[in-house]
Design a protein around this ligand. Structure first.
Ligand code: FAD
Length: 467
């Protein structure tokens, strides 16, 4: 065999897997159909969305809170072209970083579309039409996902757009209709609401970010209303039509009536679908399940063909970059005979709005449904000195602990730097800490992390010191 491992797809799952394989001494190749490495995450996902979230947050602060900080500005303007150009430069830098890592780890990169010839051979078709055959003992499928739509709704990429187009807009929408108030909708809706767009969320569920603890959705909705966003929850979208200069959306409201929304852009953010188009899975003896995912063994991430593995968005579980990365490392270590482990129940979820939302472990709704006895402790950021100093007082920390053992079962944070704060909860929960354990550890003052300690104190029995 030419290689020990071929990885198809260079997103966070694929490129991290390739690096770990190379570290372990395996002769490794990676195949990527796009010209740049890094997959959805680096090119059209995590990184560009965070770049625009940061830029738009700077503008929003300059417009709304600088004066209170004693900073006066005149003629404040949004230069969207520059915002998008900076974002593209960030993307270019991080993609080049992955290229460098491939060279550093002596991983062969094949640019072209990979498709199975058999269970050990992949055909790489370059953009020029040129074909190359590569063979390997092991193959890892890391082909990720693509935005999905709703039945009967065509994404024209002009006015009816996905997150990919929303990351490269040429104008600030006057009225952006966001279908789906989940993570991606909330983040990109925030970007444009902050820089002047009217944003309307039309969501099928009865809450924003419906998979997270319900307190988070309610608090986030309250914060986003302050940005002027409108919410149409429990609305079932029926049609979306590009009428030229406008886009018209019809939906059924909770009373069963048809309501119409008119805007200049409609962002479809109703989730993502696993991507296996053109892989010719059948040539390797593989199929996908009813939802288009590749089925894998829970313990090894092997597909039903034992030398072929699959990781990341293309298999079951959370569609998150850090989940894909963990699986990449897991597969590399499994191939060399190690016994790695992933704790899927402690993969944090984050929404990079402001305030940020971050969550790990069980939600209150899940504990109730499972009949687990629990106690809950909350601490509002408005009672925290650090939050007062920065004027980031929206939000709360909620800690759920087992009623008898006091073990932390869930941590749910909406507030400043929640995305970074959640790491403490992950570490605590990996080591099965109790709320009392955290309550007795020194947290630097003044920091946002004190809110987590205070929420743990509250969970241990109303012992929060500053509320
Ligand atoms: C707007 C947006 C924001 C996001 N923000 C976050 C965030 O903040 N945090 C987070 O954790 N997650 C975020 N995500 C999700 C995250 O991007 C994905 O979970 C992650 O990229 C999945 O990694 P992956 O390696 O499975 O696949 P991908 O990153 O999708 O990469 C798959 C790669 O495979 C390539 N490929 C596909 N088929 C072939 C083929 N036949 N031959 C060769 N190459 C092929 C594709 O071109 C692609 O480069 C975001 C997603 C979006 C869209």
């Amino acid at each position: 065999m030419q290689y020990d491992v071929i990885v198809i797809g260079s997103g966070p799952g694929g490129y991290i897997c390739a690096i770990r394989c190379a570290q372990l001494g395996l002769k490794t190749a990676i195949i990527e159909k796009y010209k740049t490495l890094g997959g959805t995450c680096l090119n059209v996902g995590c990184i560009p969305s965070k770049a625009l979230l940061d830029s738009s947050e700077h503008y929003h602060n300059a417009a709304h809170s600088f004066a209170e900080h004693g900073i006066k500005l005149e003629n404040l303007q949004v230069d969207l072209a520059q915002m998008i150009a900076r974002k593209s430069e960030v993307v270019s830098q991080v993609c080049k970083g992955v290229e460098f890592l491939m060279k550093k780890n002596k991983i062969d990169v094949y640019q072209g579309k990979g498709s199975f010839v058999d269970k050990n051979t992949v055909k790489v078709t370059k953009d020029s039409g040129e074909i190359e055959m590569v063979t390997s003992k092991n193959i890892v499928i890391a082909t990720g996902s693509k935005p999905s739509s709703l039945p009967g709704i065509t994404i024209d990429k002009q006015r009816i757009i996905t997150s990919t187009e929303a990351l490269q807009m040429k104008e600030v929408p006057k009225h952006l209709i966001v279908i789906g108030a989940g993570v991606i909708g909330a983040e990109l809706g925030s970007v444009y609401a902050r820089i002047g767009a009217k944003v309307s969320f039309v969501e099928y569920a009865s809450a924003m970010i419906p998979t997270m603890d319900s307190t988070m959705g309610k608090e986030l909705q309250r914060s986003m209303k302050k940005l002027g966003a409108d919410f149409y929850l429990s609305h079932k979208v029926k049609t979306v039509e590009n009428t030229g200069d406008e886009v018209v959306v019809t939906a059924e409201n909770p009373k069963g009536e048809t309501v119409t929304f008119t805007g200049d852009y409609c962002l479809m953010s109703v989730g993502r679908r696993p991507f296996t188009d053109g892989l010719a899975l059948e040539n390797a003896g593989l199929t996908t399940d009813a939802r288009g995912k590749i089925e894998v063994d829970e313990h090894t991430l092997q597909t039903k063909v034992s030398n072929i593995y699959a990781i990341g968005d293309v298999i079951r579980g959370a569609m998150l970059a850090h989940k894909a990365e963990e699986e990449g490392v897991f597969v590399a270590e499994t191939i060399v005979g190690q016994k790695p482990h992933i704790n899927y129940s402690l993969i944090p979820g984050v929404v990079y709005t402001w305030p940020e939302v971050a969550s790990v472990g069980s939600t209150e709704e899940e504990l109730k449904a499972k009949g687990v006895p629990y106690k809950s402790g909350s601490f509002p950021f408005k009672a925290l000195g650090r939050a007062r100093a920065s004027m980031d007082i929206d939000g709360t920390v909620k800690v759920l602990a087992h009623k008898e053992t006091d073990e932390i079962l869930g941590a749910h944070i909406i507030g400043p730097r929640a995305a970074d704060m959640i790491a403490e909860a992950v570490v605590a929960m990996e080591y099965r800490a109790s709320a009392e354990d955290i309550s007795r550890m020194s947290h630097a003052h003044p920091t946002y992390t004190e809110a987590f300690k205070e929420a743990c104190l509250a969970a241990t029995g109303n012992r929060a010191l500053n509320a």
